[in-house]
Design a protein around this ligand. Structure first.
Ligand SMILES: O=C(O)CCC(=O)C(=O)O
Ligand SMILES: [Fe+2]
Length: 212
């Protein structure tokens, strides 16, 4: 995606030394939602994220998808790439992140994070509509979806399915958000479009096998 000319930020001083992960224990903060759902949030987990973003934009084989909506064939407003857990992830810090997340959550989750779903939001016109990740076991079991975000900050909105107050988490460059408990079944999430001029954002979502 060389067309998405990415300007590294002057602030990302770790760039030359490569990306590193900061600590999780004692840093990540849990936000309890209703109905046994929760969100863990840690800003700036990945340091040196400029190098990661550049690799993701340039090296991932991004696919455009289409879907039928109201009898029309429409483009899904973001690009996608799926890793089923066997192939190597596009940047070593992502492999390390998956390992660290598995280690941190294993007792609570009872299984490892395996798959990685990557989404590229090219600009503010790209988005994901309200949904829960309910294809697979997450439609009836508690589970976790861990998201590491790179590039332009975009808000992740959450709302309870039965109606009620929504929540907003800003997903900035190198930030981590984990949706857990019943979150996929009892809440929905979305990344809305924006008319603000925003650059590309890549979302990396780690999930256990059979959760999508
Ligand atoms: O962009 C994000 O971080 C969220 C993506 C998402 O919810 C999904 O792909 O299921
Ligand atoms: Fe989702």
């Amino acid at each position: 995606m060389t067309s998405l000319a990415y300007q590294p930020s002057m602030l990302d001083l770790d760039d030359e030394r490569g990306a590193r992960l900061g600590p999780l224990t004692g840093r990540i903060r849990r936000h309890e939602l209703t109905h046994g759902a929760w969100v863990d949030h840690l800003a700036g987990w990945v340091r040196g994220s400029d190098a990661v973003l550049r690799t993701l934009l340039n090296d991932v084989r991004w696919r455009a998808e289409r879907r039928t909506m109201y009898d029309n064939d429409v483009a899904v407003p973001r690009l996608l790439c799926w890793y089923d857990g066997r192939e190597r992830l596009p940047h070593p810090v992502l492999t390390e992140a998956r390992n660290r997340l598995t280690e941190h959550y294993l007792r609570e989750l009872g299984e490892p994070f395996v798959t990685a779903g990557l989404c590229l939001y090219r600009d503010g016109r790209d988005s994901v509509a309200w949904h829960g990740d309910t294809r697979g076991r997450s439609s009836y079991l508690d589970t976790m979806v861990a998201i590491v975000s790179f590039g332009s900050p975009r808000p992740l909105l959450l709302r309870p399915r039965g109606g009620g107050e929504s929540r907003r988490f800003l997903l900035g460059h190198g930030d981590l958000v984990v949706m857990g408990g019943s979150c996929q079944r009892t809440w929905e999430h979305a990344v809305p479009k924006t008319t603000r001029p925003v650059g590309p954002r890549v979302s990396v979502q780690f999930r256990p096998v059979g959760v999508a």
